[in-house]
Design a protein around this ligand. Structure first.
Ligand SMILES: Cc1ncc(C[n+]2csc(CCOP(=O)(O)OP(=O)(O)O)c2C)c(N)n1
Ligand code: SF4
Ligand SMILES: [Mg+2]
Length: 273
C-alpha cells in the first residue's frame, strides 16, 4: 500500500502558474528559455514568500517586458545599466531583495563596465544573466558570447577569432572578483536542469538576506529564432556546443572558487551552418 491520494475526479495538478507571474501572455518565441527562467524565478519568489520584498530590474533585449510579466516591483533600466540601477535601489532600500535580469548583449557588451564594477564592489544583489550567444531582440547579431564559427547576422561566415575575438566568459571573470559570493552557471532545458536552477536561485536569495555580496547566476539558454532552429534542434545544439564552452556548475560558492577537476573540451571551430 502506498499513501498517494488519488483525486476524486482522477486528475492531479502537476503544473500551476505562480501568482507572482502576471495574468498576461508572454511574447517570447516558442521554445525560448526566457519564459522558463521567468517562471522558475517567480516560483521561488512565491515559495520563499518574498513577493512584497522583491524588486527586479529589467533590461533592454528580448526580456525588456519582464516588468510586465513578473508580479513584483520592477524598474526598467537603459541597455546595460541594470546593475547600476540595482546598486541605487539596494542602497536606498537595503532590506529589499533586489535582482537584475539581463541578456548577454546587455550584461557582457554594453554593460560590461557596470557588471564588473558592481561585482567588484560586492553589491548585495542577484544578477540573472541569460546567455543565448546572440542579440535576440534586434535580429540575431553577434554577441560577445557567440561561439567561434557561429553564424549570426553580423558574422555570416561564422565568428572568427582574428576579427571578432574569443567568446567572452564574463562569468569566469566576475567569479575571480572578491566582491562576488556565489557564481554559478545553469540551464533550463530539462526538468533536472530546472531543479538545479531553482535551487541556485533559492541559495542566492538566502545569501542576499545574509548580506554576503554579489551573486550571479548565468543561464546558458537558447534562441531558436536567432539561431534559425526549431526549439528541439536549438536545445540539442546548445548541449553539443554551448555547454562545451560554457560548462554548467558552480564557479564560486560561499566566497570561494570551486576547483574544477577537468578541463572542459573546447568547441568545434565551425559550429553553425
Ligand atoms: C544604448 C542602446 N544601444 C543599443 C540598443 C539596441 N539593442 C536593443 S536590445 C540589444 C541586444 C539585446 O541582446 P541581449 O542582451 O543578448 O538580449 P536577448 O534579446 O538576446 O535576450 C541591442 C543591441 C539599445 N536599445 N540601446
Ligand atoms: S528572439 Fe530569441 S531570445 Fe528573443 S524571444 Fe525569440 S527565441 Fe527568445
Ligand atoms: Mg542574448
Amino acid at each position: 500500500m502506498n499513501n498517494i491520494e488519488i483525486p476524486v475526479d482522477g486528475m492531479e495538478i502537476v503544473w500551476e502558474k505562480p501568482e507572482t507571474l502576471s495574468e498576461v501572455r508572454m511574447h517570447y518565441c516558442p521554445g525560448c528559455g526566457h519564459g522558463v527562467v521567468h517562471k522558475i524565478l517567480m516560483e521561488v519568489v512565491q515559495e520563499m514568500k518574498i513577493q512584497d520584498k522583491t524588486i527586479g530590474v529589467a533590461p533592454v533585449g528580448c526580456s525588456v517586458l519582464a516588468y510586465h510579466y513578473m508580479n513584483v516591483d520592477m524598474q526598467e533600466a537603459a541597455h546595460g545599466r541594470a546593475t547600476a540601477v540595482a546598486t541605487g535601489i539596494k542602497r536606498v532600500l537595503p532590506d529589499k531583495l533586489v535582482f537584475t535580469y539581463q541578456g548577454d548583449g546587455d550584461l557582457a557588451a554594453i554593460g560590461t563596465a557596470e557588471t564588473i564594477h558592481s561585482c567588484n564592489r560586492g553589491e548585495n544583489f542577484l544578477i540573472i544573466f541569460i546567455n543565448n550567444g546572440i542579440y535576440g531582440m534586434t535580429g540575431g547579431q553577434m554577441a560577445p558570447t557567440s561561439l567561434l564559427g557561429m553564424v549570426t547576422s553580423t558574422t555570416p561566415e561564422g565568428r572568427e577569432v582574428h576579427t571578432q575575438g574569443y567568446p567572452f566568459k564574463i562569468t569566469e571573470v566576475v567569479a575571480t572578483l572578491p566582491g562576488t559570493h556565489y557564481v554559478t552557471r545553469q540551464a533550463v532545458h530539462t526538468p533536472s536542469a530546472v531543479r538545479f536552477f531553482k535551487k541556485s536561485i533559492e541559495k542566492a536569495f538566502k545569501y542576499q538576506m545574509e548580506k554576503k555580496g554579489t551573486c550571479l547566476i548565468e543561464i546558458v539558454s537558447n534562441c531558436p529564432s536567432g539561431w534559425k532552429m526549431t526549439p528541439v534542434q536549438s536545445n540539442k545544439w546548445m548541449e553539443e556546443n554551448m555547454f562545451l564552452y560554457y560548462p554548467l556548475g558552480d564557479l564560486k560558492d560561499a566566497g570561494k572558487l570551486v576547483e574544477k577537476k577537468t578541463t572542459p573540451p573546447q568547441p568545434k571551430k565551425e559550429v553553425v551552418q
